[in-house]
Design a protein around this ligand. Structure first.
Ligand code: 6GU
Length: 229
């Protein structure tokens, strides 16, 4: 998979995408991420990429032209499967959306800043608008990093244990069960006996029950969700 990201703050994206699992995905050649500075397509020698909004009001709006030129140039070798604008008024990201996006070949993520991007860019180019939750960040960069991580770790071969993505919280609309490691007795708190039994069928059953119980207690909404949510 190849992901291009358009931003005015490339520094914010570098670190989160160069460590741990995202690093491994890229080192293995399973994922390539290219972060592009929007200034490269600025409208003048001052590097201008935003301007005051029509109608007045505080906050700048990202100009059409730099974005349009950048999108056209980056689409030229090969069209994007999706052009994603990360924005608090988009559809809230969930595991189902991450799963679907992990099957695509080529994505462009546009990070908004200030008051966001001119509406006409959304109309003409953007195919998906994604939010990462009901709160406001100062820009789309951290949301883009979250999105790339959520997608990148699902690419086949990225995770060591191929099955581990399948037992994540949310994979079947269930939260993950509790996990334990050494010691067996931590200050009088013991690891549940079933996990020491060696009976794998029983262990799986226990984990499923724990996941279900935890989901009922903490996120009953997940159990109500239908296929198209
Ligand atoms: Cl995608 N962008 C910004 N600026 N804030 C957000 C967000 C995105 N998702 C949740 N809050």
């Amino acid at each position: 998979m190849h992901i291009d990201i358009l931003t005015v703050l490339p520094e914010l994206l570098e670190s989160p995408l160069s460590h741990s699992i995202m690093k491994r995905a890229q080192d293995k050649g399973l994922l390539t991420v290219q972060v592009h500075h929007l200034r490269k397509w600025a409208v003048n020698e001052y590097g201008q990429v935003d301007d005051y909004q029509y109608g007045g009001g505080a906050g700048m709006v990202m100009l059409c032209e730099p974005l349009a030129r950048a999108i056209e140039e980056l689409s030229a070798p090969e069209k994007f499967d999706e052009i994603i604008y990360v924005t608090p008024d988009g559809k809230t990201l969930n595991q189902r959306m991450a799963n679907a996006l992990s099957l695509k070949e080529r994505l462009l993520i546009i990070c908004g800043h200030y008051k966001g991007i001119d509406e006409r860019i959304r109309e003409k180019y953007v195919t998906m608008e994604i939010s990462i939750g009901d709160y406001v960040l100062s820009g789309g960069e951290l949301a883009a990093a979250v999105l790339v991580d959520a997608i990148g770790r699902l690419l086949p071969g990225v995770l060591n244990d191929e099955t581990s993505a399948l037992t994540d919280s949310f994979q079947d609309n269930l939260l993950a069960p509790p996990v334990y490691t050494r010691p067996v007795d931590f200050e009088g708190m013991k690891v549940p006996d079933v996990l020491m039994s060696g009976n794998h069928a029983k262990i799986e059953e226990w984990r499923y029950e724990q996941a279900l119980q935890r989901t009922r207690e903490r996120r009953p909404d997940l159990l109500q969700q239908t296929d198209d949510e």
